[in-house]
Design a protein around this ligand. Sequence first.
Ligand SMILES: [Zn+2]
Length: 163
Amino acid sequence: MTGDQTNTATSGPSGPYLAEGLPAPRPASDGLDEPYWSAAREHRLLVQRCETCGTHQWGPEWMCHTCQSFEVGWVEASGRGTIYSWQRPHHPVHPALRDQGPYLVVLVELDDADGVRMVGNLLGDPLQEVVIGAPVEAAFEDHAPDVDGVEPYTLVQWRLAAG
Ligand SMILES: [Zn+2]
């Protein structure tokens, strides 16, 4: 196994970061965030960018928060950022996580998107020391359909980046 496997969080035998059984995310029925989920399936990270004033924003909105334009499009981000904040939950917040804790949740500030921040899990040892400002990169965690016919989806997680 080589190539783009290195960019896939689930390429090893360990499976997804959090236990199976959590509700699968679905694009909103109004279609607003569909470009984000489709790109994630292709291991690309999209954020919104206003076509009037050029400001990036996240999460998805119909209107630019900076200039109130409705001309909001999507652009690809590098997937690189830094840890802005983090949390290490020890208690399960969902029955599927009963045997999971602790795990790491990070708020990542993207390097190339006007400082927008995204929430995800920090891959690796859940007991590792987490440093505010540490460089991270997106890791795309693919989920196949389950027995209930849930559409495949990909979660954007985060891993520490080299130097
Ligand atoms: Zn704008």
